[in-house]
Design a protein around this ligand. Structure first.
Ligand SMILES: *Cc1c(COP(=O)(O)O)cnc(C)c1O
Length: 464
């Protein structure tokens, strides 16, 4: 399988190179040149498969020619054996024809484990084959950092440096990162805010000279392998509620458009999906584009659903590439204009976007109200990101006879503030994490200065 850039100017790469590359050299994102497709009969024949067998069916076409089948199967098996639920991604009933897809049974209690647990293994495998090392650098406000660290900490060919804003990450989230004591893991608490962390990572990718020959790798959702891994649970959830012989709909709490883009791909690959609902918090650029053809940056709002606090959804570009009939020059032009002004899609293109997606933006007050209401009605405790998706599902549902599947992207214990605001008791840590607050922590506090951070990274990487 070959991968091409959404901006049309970078060379086509194979899976291995895309895995290690992150962003394309023309500033675009890599997407598969063609998508594998599956017939309804074939999808139906997968009913009842264990999650990791299903994952192998769906992922193997994307890595064909690069990763041996038996090795891939082993990596997938190991990845999902580390989850704390036998079903890996179980579906629970919430209301009439309304379902919750629980994606928080991985080691860090958020859906990012689905991709990052596999990504760490895939990277290690490829690096070992090539006898190379890679340095991972990332910025986090919480979820991505802990999932990336858990995903990479056993990789012998990776060093991982995660920057978080000092004293501005919740204690559970900080401890999920800083209590991983493997010697290839470095937590940097930066004396600045999340934007400073992100800027520092961006500047380091742009000029990697400070690494003296080593290269940086990306673990954010611009990395294709993350998207690929997330396609699987759209299939498993559909199969769990009667697909593919009936259509299903999904409501997805969305920030960077990675997770919902995986749902869009599942649909393109043959899964019968009726609605894809984009659920955002008050950082609502996606809702503004979909509902009003207004693609403009706005200002960053801090909300009770911090993993969706973004101004620009990078993976939206991957979808626009399809909408613009894979015209890289048109996307390059659009993204270039978007840097400095608000843009509109051509009318016919916008119509296509609206045909594919519904959307809803939900504020903090409503988020808390939904948590409270759903708990009162069912005894089920939602995390704030999931609560937003529940609200969006109920607002946008166009056909109540179609099962609506809501993606639960995090365990409520990670985000106690809105739960407490809703007047409920703070949720308890699950069994395997009950001693989190007693565990030893390791982190380095650094001043908000690029040279200082780069010096720290350069002096700690392992050269072999
Ligand atoms: C990352 C994250 C999201 C948003 O996912 P995207 O792929 O960026 O759209 C939603 N919920 C939680 C809990 C997350 O950690």
């Amino acid at each position: 399988m070959k991968y091409i850039s959404t901006r049309g100017q970078a060379p086509a790469l194979n899976f291995e190179d895309v895995l290690l590359a992150g962003l394309a050299s023309d500033g675009g994102l890599y997407v598969p040149e063609t998508l594998p497709t599956f017939s309804k009969e074939e999808i139906a024949s997968w009913a009842g498969l264990p999650y990791s067998d299903l994952a192998f069916k769906i992922i193997s076409p994307f890595v064909a020619g690069c990763i041996d089948d038996a090795d891939l199967k082993q990596m997938i098996d190991e990845t999902y054996a580390g989850f704390n639920h036998i079903g890996v991604a179980p579906v629970q009933g919430l209301g009439t024809n309304e379902w919750i897809l629980e994606l928080f049974h991985g080691p860090t209690l958020a859906f990012k484990d689905f991709a990052l647990q596999l990504l760490g293994r895939l990277m290690d495998y490829v690096l070992s084959k090539r006898k190379e090392r890679l340095v991972i650098m990332g910025a986090t406000s919480g979820d991505t950092g802990s999932a990336a660290i858990e995903g990479c900490c056993h990789s012998e060919h990776l060093d991982i440096f995660i920057l978080h804003p000092h004293n501005r990450v919740s204690e559970v989230q900080r401890r999920q990162m800083t209590t991983i004591l493997e010697d290839n893991v470095y937590n940097v608490a930066l004396e600045g805010n999340f934007d400073d962390c992100q800027q520092m990572v961006k500047d380091s990718f742009a000029d990697q000279g400070f690494l003296k020959g080593l290269k940086l790798g990306a673990v954010n959702s611009i990395n294709w392998a993350r998207i690929m891994s997330q396609i699987v649970y759209y299939f498993s959830a559909s199969l769990a509620v009667g697909g593919p012989h009936r259509e299903v709909s999904f409501s997805v709490p969305t920030g960077n458009f990675g997770d919902i883009f995986a749902g869009y791909l599942a649909k393109q690959m043959g899964l019968p999906i009726k609605q894809l609902v984009v659920a955002t918090n008050r950082n609502d650029i996606l809702h503004r584009v979909i509902s009003g053809n207004d693609m403009s940056k706005g200002t960053l709002e801090h909300t009770l659903s911090p993993s969706m606090d973004i101004m620009v959804s990078s993976n939206f570009e991957r979808m626009l590439f399809d909408i613009y009939d894979r015209d890289g020059a048109a996307i390059a032009d659009l993204m270039d204009r978007f840097k400095s002004e608000s843009v509109q899609l051509d009318g016919a293109r916008w119509d296509k976007v609206r045909e594919l997606f519904d959307s809803c933006a939900v504020d903090d007050e409503t988020t808390c109200a939904v948590i409270k209401q759903v708990y009162a009605e069912t005894g089920y405790l939602l995390d704030p990101h999931t609560a937003i998706a529940v609200k969006a599902a109920r607002e946008c549902n166009s056909d109540r006879s179609v099962p609506m599947i809501i993606l639960a992207t995090a365990h409520p214990v990670k985000f106690p503030e809105p739960v407490v605001k809703a007047g409920l008791e703070s949720p308890q840590l699950p069994a395997h994490l009950t001693d989190l607050f007693e565990r030893e922590e390791r982190l380095t506090v650094l001043v908000n200065d690029l040279g200082t951070v780069q010096q720290f990274v350069a002096s700690h990487v392992h050269n072999s």
